[in-house]
Design a protein around this ligand. Structure first.
Ligand SMILES: NC(=O)c1ccc[n+]([C@@H]2O[C@H](COP(=O)([O-])OP(=O)(O)OC[C@H]3O[C@@H](n4cnc5c(N)ncnc54)[C@H](OP(=O)(O)O)[C@@H]3O)[C@@H](O)[C@H]2O)c1
Length: 298
């Protein structure tokens, strides 16, 4: 699998990333987790997505138990900071809030590095826009972390254009990505300017929940019946499964979207690799867009 660049002269990552948000659901032993990580790396899925809060602040450290120097140098380690949850693991947090302050960014990264058993992160994302953000303060932390060699690249998640521009305006280097909810069932960012801005910046967005958390396959979803005939036609035309077509739909977009896979089922992850060779045509792309929306474009 050829690597892709997240921004000009920026992070080199894999065209499909993999996220560990659901890791606790998979109930893997340490050996099974190590085997999953090796399998992902062997398949070329080398960009591995985390957040400090996943699993109630537990998943980074579980992942860190299988970190070895050989694995570390094959992967791009991504994590997020900025959401503060009240959990037994964090008695210091009295209230669910967001925190993008210098002190919090620095402390959060130090903890993530300890959890992962590593001395650097490849990409650090501000998980959600902070309504109380002091952009100068947050940017100062990013600059210090890069100078200290603790974080190579930075980005945001779930940010609108203005929120991203504000942080970018305080930084001497380019933010690499905006990790957004994007899928056949989730269209808002295709038209709210976010993907337009990503293209303007030549910055690759990452798509979280690229299969809508599995809702694409749920007969209970309101779009399910409308999508069925389209999937069936495209399955024939492209000799591909709906899972592959749903990912190919994201990969086809000119912004250069990187889907973040979230399945704990290895057959499904292997199946996802087949999406990389599908060239979905514009009118087929709009067939899925329209069937999911339930109405024609204006
Ligand atoms: N930045 C953010 O705010 C944010 C928010 C959410 C997530 N994320 C990141 O995005 C990653 C991916 O998100 P996600 O897990 O929601 O991705 P997803 O791929 O949209 O959803 C994965 C879920 O879909 C299910 N699924 C897949 N194929 C299926 C099928 N054919 N039939 C039924 N169910 C199916 C999976 O079940 P199986 O495991 O059984 O296959 C799993 O529960 C996360 O791990 C995390 O790293 C980021």
């Amino acid at each position: 699998m050829n690597s892709v660049q997240y921004s000009p002269n920026g992070l080199q990552g894999s065209p499909l990333a993999f996220g560990f948000w659901r890791l606790l659901d998979w109930q893997l032993s340490q050996a099974e987790l190590a085997s999953l990580v090796d399998q992902l790396l062997d398949w070329g899925i080398t960009t591995l997505d985390h957040a400090d809060i996943y699993g109630g602040y537990s998943i980074e450290a579980i992942f860190g138990q299988v970190m070895t120097p050989a694995r570390r140098e094959r992967m791009q380690l991504v994590t997020k900071f900025g959401i503060c949850l009240e959990t037994p693991a964090r008695p210091d947090i009295r209230r669910h809030c967001y925190n993008s302050s210098y002190q919090h960014v620095m402390a959060s990264v130090e903890q993530s590095l300890r959890n992962f058993n590593t001395d650097y992160l490849d990409l650090l994302l501000l998980h959600r826009p902070d309504p109380f953000m002091d952009a100068d303060d947050c940017a100062r932390a990013f600059i210090d972390l890069q100078q200290q060699g603790k974080v190579r690249y930075f980005g945001v998640s779930n940010h609108d254009v203005h929120q991203q521009q504000l942080l970018q305006s305080r930084l001497p280097f380019a933010l690499q990505t905006n990790q957004l909810e994007l899928s056949v069932l989730e269209h808002k960012h295709f038209l709210d300017g976010t993907l337009a801005y990503a293209q303007q910046q030549r910055q690759r967005p990452m798509a979280w929940s690229p299969l809508a958390g599995g809702a694409i396959f749920s007969p209970q979803h309101p779009s399910f019946a409308r999508l069925q005939p389209v999937w069936q036609r495209l399955e024939q035309q492209y000799q591909a499964s709906p899972l592959q077509l749903a990912l190919a739909w994201l990969l086809a977009h000119p912004a250069g979207i990187v889907p973040v896979l979230g399945s704990g089922n290895r057959q499904r992850v292997q199946e996802a690799l087949g999406s990389l060779t599908i060239q979905l045509d514009r009118q087929d792309w709009f067939d899925l867009y329209q069937a999911a929306d339930g109405h024609d474009i204006p």
